[in-house]
Design a protein around this ligand. Structure first.
Ligand SMILES: *Cc1c(COP(=O)(O)O)cnc(C)c1O
Length: 408
């Protein structure tokens, strides 16, 4: 692979449209899509050297592919890491992280508020192989500290959380991990590198679901681990080459092009989210709004410091709010009424799209928890999550008012 040579010190906005492998001999301006499973070798001896990894060169797309390389280079440039390893989905990136860093007898400390499938991966799948996980509070660093054991190898966090937008202190967790001889991985799906670069705060590995804001238009599945070049080449690539959870070139190309507009989308969607959060805070049918951009958010100051990759702190495009009600039944009825009245927003649990989505976490993404677990997590029947897209803010307010204005 020949990396396109660029001047030193370029800004992320420039790297987002320029970082890639070199152009082909045809000089295409938009990066080419190399939709091929294998690569023709000039001769048998070269093929032998390339398969032995003694010489650079593409052989087979399960090992590497120029379009996937471009996506990895661009994402790594945005996160400020040396390298990235692309995977088929966000979940397979976390699977790859565990396969690369952990073995039987190891221990993980993980926030109890991370993505539901991440909890199932650590608590269910990894535990089958003798890897144990302790789940702790998202915000209480002392709980993380208390959970660390001599065999703790990995701390895993996600910030802000879904759906309540709790923020964890990346720097504090990185310090804890490093003092314990462990490493910190941060799932940066909600902020993306346009708003937050966990590496700046000491994170060792950054996880992405490219399915969300990196693509940004709800089209493909993708994932990645951002890391050092050595970890990519010596720890993760040998596993994907063998186990095959690689990103398809087509999906890599979609995400590669999506990243060109990442920064302006994140800014525009975050601005709309803040405006909507402020409007909801004043609506009489709304009991509470969860959004880090609001001064009422308990970790507002930390969020503004940590989510400031764009130069100013912003709140990311996801917010949640509670409607009023005395009993779980009434809360649920009111939340459903607010959701069902919308005519513009999409009723779906996905996020990271230019189309605004609205959902009821207690009966969807968090529906498999018991009512007790949900209440402990603060996810009540009256909670509604909105992942704000690019529609005009006035249309979004009008849409949400359709249901909210009818509530007590
Ligand atoms: C969606 C999501 C994932 C999983 O990504 P997939 O691409 O769906 O596998 C992981 N973490 C977070 C925070 C997510 O929102």
């Amino acid at each position: 692979m020949t990396v396109k040579s660029l001047p030193e010190g370029l800004h992320p906005d420039t790297l987002a449209v320029r970082a890639a492998v070199d152009k082909s001999q045809y000089g295409e301006n938009s990066e080419a899509l190399y939709l091929t499973s294998s690569f023709v070798q000039p001769d048998a001896a070269t093929a032998a050297r390339r398969f032995a990894m003694e010489e650079e060169g593409y052989t087979y797309t399960r090992v590497s592919n120029p379009t996937v390389s471009s996506m990895e280079l661009r994402l790594a440039a945005l996160e400020g890491t040396e390298a990235a390893m692309a995977t088929a989905t966000g979940m397979s990136a976390i699977l790859l992280l565990g396969m690369g860093l952990l073995k039987t007898g190891d221990h993980v400390v993980c926030s109890q508020s991370v993505f539901g499938s991440t909890i199932r991966l650590f608590a269910g799948e990894f535990s089958k192989f003798g890897i144990s996980t302790t789940f702790v509070s998202q915000t209480d660093v002392r709980q993380w500290q208390a959970a660390i054991r001599p065999n703790t190898k990995l701390l895993f966090a996600e910030t802000p959380t879904n759906p309540l937008t709790d923020i964890c202190d990346i720097q504090a967790l990185a310090d804890l991990a490093h003092n314990a001889g462990a490493v910190l991985a941060v799932d940066n799906c909600f902020c993306s590198p346009a708003l937050q670069q966990p590496k700046r705060f000491g994170a060792d590995f950054i996880i992405h679901s490219g399915t969300k804001y990196l693509d940004g238009q709800g089209r493909v599945m993708a994932g990645a681990i951002c890391c050092s070049q050595r970890d990519r080449d010596d720890v993760f690539m040998p596993i994907t080459r063998t186990a095959g959870m690689v990103l398809s070139p087509f999906n890599a190309w979609v995400v590669l092009k999506g990243m060109e507009t990442l920064s302006i989308r994140m800014q525009a969607q975050s601005e709309r989210a803040l405006a909507l959060a402020r409007w909801l805070e004043c609506h009489p049918a709304v009991k509470h709004v969860y959004y880090p951009g609001l001064t009422s958010h308990p970790q507002h100051a930390l969020a503004m410091r940590q989510q400031s990759a764009s130069g100013k702190g912003v709140g990311a495009p996801v917010l949640s709010f509670d409607v009023h009600g005395d009993t779980p039944e009434v809360l649920r009825r009111n939340a459903f009424a607010a959701i069902d009245a919308v005519r513009v927003c999409s009723i779906t649990t996905n996020l990271g799209d230019t189309k605004t989505t609205i959902c009821h976490p207690a009966s969807t993404s968090h529906g498999r928890m018991t009512e007790e677990q949900r209440q402990a997590a603060g996810i009540g029947q009256g909670l509604i999550r909105v992942a704000v897209g690019l529609e005009h803010i006035d249309d979004l307010k009008t849409d949400l008012a359709l249901g909210l204005d009818t509530l007590p």
